[in-house]
Design a protein around this ligand. Structure first.
Ligand SMILES: C[S@@+](CC[C@H](N)C(=O)[O-])C[C@H]1O[C@@H](n2cnc3c(N)ncnc32)[C@H](O)[C@@H]1O
Ligand code: SF4
Length: 340
């Protein structure tokens, strides 16, 4: 479950369009409904629930909702820009959340703040706040729970410093990772600002440079030697090639909840409409809705003809490395014939 609790944010980043999405998907889920929903998710047997947005730490019901999910044994992670992390450390620890992911674009204020700027009303530098928040979390947590992960967006802009950033952040957090820049309008916040498209979008002439950078990262950081990270250059430069290699099982395994209650299995391909609304329907009703079944069947027959990366494909890549996946028809290599 990916629960996008709000598209509101206290920071403005050059590669994210959450402030535009906020107008289209205003927050409509009340506190009462959010708590009920958490119980429904817990009872449904959901494995993992991730909170993102927008900025999750400004959503007023976050901690109550996580506590309910944890009471059912759901694994929970949150993704934050870190601006208000420090003042929320005690509340975060009380929830029992498993992972706190903090987005860090560099290991120094200047490069980080070039991309990520706190809104003027916040009167706080986002880099300094995120680092202080992480330090506070580390000093107050018991043992290594919650785990703290940094996530850096890899784009032409961060190319010159990506390895240095990953190395230096290893000293600060438990897991230092990166994700490829993506552009997925209209429902996902992953969309660079028009003014900065040049800075964050790869040009064909940069293909060799990007490929060798990924290979270099994999050589120096063996934890990234997985099919997901190896295929990043293909995703950027030859996504068509991946359509036959990467199977989508998004509708079989996940659901995304938007701040207005609409639920999607996919927000990358605009052809896939909402499969229900969690304000009006029980979570299992949404999961088993006619629309969900229709989308599931289309993808099961490989008629979707799309390819995406950060979310479903990262998950696919992870599953591909598990022996279980070889037994699932959706990833069965013998069945790779595509139906266009
Ligand atoms: C949309 S943010 C929401 C959570 C929180 N506000 C934050 O910044 O971490 C979730 C993640 O998406 C990443 N992100 C935003 N725009 C992106 C883009 N165009 N391509 C890839 N990742 C992007 C952010 O860096 C962050 O790690
Ligand atoms: S990436 Fe996160 S912090 Fe930056 S604008 Fe988007 S939601 Fe806000």
């Amino acid at each position: 479950m990916t629960w996008l609790v709000t598209f509101d944010c206290n920071v403005h980043c050059k590669f994210c369009s959450t402030h535009q999405l906020k107008k289209e998907f205003p927050e409509k889920i009340s506190r009462e409904r959010a708590l009920e929903l958490a119980h429904q998710i817990g009872r449904s047997g959901t494995w993992v629930c991730g909170f993102t947005g927008g900025e999750v730490l400004i959503w007023p019901h976050l901690f109550e909702v996580i506590k309910i999910l944890k009471s059912y044994g759901v694994h929970v992670y949150i993704v934050s820009n870190g601006l208000t992390l420090e003042e929320n450390v005690d509340a975060i620890l009380e929830t029992g959340v498993d992972y706190v992911v903090v987005s860090l674009e560099a290991s120094n204020a200047q490069e980080h703040n070039f991309i990520r700027k706190s809104l003027i009303r916040e009167k706080r530098d986002v880099f300094e706040a995120a680092i202080e928040g992480i330090e506070a979390l580390k000093s107050k947590r018991k043992g290594d729970s919650p785990k703290i992960k940094s996530s850096t967006v890899f784009s032409p802009e961060s190319l010159p410093r990506i390895q240095k950033t990953l190395k230096e952040l290893e000293e600060l957090v438990d897991v230092s990772s990166f994700q490829p820049i993506t552009s997925h309008p209209p429902f996902s916040p992953h969309q660079p600002d028009e003014k900065y498209l040049e800075v964050f979008t790869w040009q064909e002439r940069q293909k060799k440079e990007a490929e060798s950078a990924i290979q270099d990262i994999i050589k120096n950081f063996p934890q990234f030697n997985t099919s997901y990270f190896n295929k990043i250059p293909d995703f950027w430069f030859e996504p068509e090639k991946l359509k036959c290699q990467i199977r989508c099982w998004s509708p079989s395994l996940r659901l995304l909840i938007h701040p207005d209650g609409q639920a999607f299995q996919c927000t990358e391909n605009p052809r896939f409409a909402a499969v229900g609304n969690v304000i009006e329907q029980d979570i299992l009703e949404v999961w088993n809705s006619e629309e969900m079944k229709k989308q599931r069947e289309e993808i099961r027959q490989h008629k979707n003809g799309c390819i995406c990366w950060t979310q479903s494909t990262a998950f696919n890549a992870f599953m591909e490395d598990l022996p279980l996946s070889k037994k699932l028809p959706i990833l069965n290599k013998k069945e790779v014939q595509r139906v266009e």
